[in-house]
Ligand binder design. Sequence first.
Ligand SMILES: [Zn+2]
Length: 297
Amino acid sequence: MRHVLAISVDGLRPATLERLGATRAPAYHRMLREGAGTLNARSAVERTTTLPNHTGMLTGRPVARARGGHGVAENNDGGGTVHAAAGEHVGSVFDVVAASGGRTALFTAKDKFALFRRSWGRSIDRFHVDEDNAALVRAVRTELVTRPRRLTFLHLSLPDRAGHAHGFTSAAYVAAVRRTDRLLGSLLATVRRHAWLRDHLVVVLTADHGGTTHGHTDAAALSNYRVPFLTWGAGVSRGRDLYGLNPELDRPGTRRPGYTGDQPVRNGDLANLVCDVLGLPSVRGSQLNAGQRLDLR
Ligand SMILES: [Zn+2]
């Protein structure tokens, strides 16, 4: 029975990973070389901000409430729930895993993810906030080795934080991406050292959005809506491009495809990809990858 570690690196620009290459961002490139992925996935169409895109990753829904989306359009936690934002009950990947008897955890570097605990707390066995990204990764590594959960979701914030402070093309931003690469490398090394994890764990890594000079609010900017989507681990093809593995997908080039017609890989595909990997039904009410068609081999 497989398990999943889903990682979202807040504000991770694929262009920076390309520029750094395998020598200066070895862990990200290892996921590409040994797994199935793309550096040209897409965020939500409507928003390139943190809470709307993470809500999409967890629910498989677009943002716009009018078209059955999750309704979380604002990037601050106002103390409500996703259900209130949507005007209806919104299921999440945590609910699907919990309903199957699996245990889940959400590790995050931002307080505002309390929105998710408030919304799906009964399906999240452990909710842990720590701004210290290295401490978060240590906690996840400990759990992986001692009592792996069927779904662990880890959110890291270093690139976003450096991007807002110094610019998303600054040296400080690049250094923050490299720090997350080392943290990712430590997680991959933990998996490699433990036979059970090697045989059972799938790692899925994406981002909520990229970034431009000093922000990422313009949803029409390529550098904001382009994100990575990498998968690696048990049962995942090695060194395959996700668009090559899934020819029915729309290779978006530099475009920003809407939700009708052929779809690119989106960060919001994550929820139902996790269900697929775990052999579970799709998230109720989801629209993105709802047929679990995104194949990793
Ligand atoms: Zn940000």
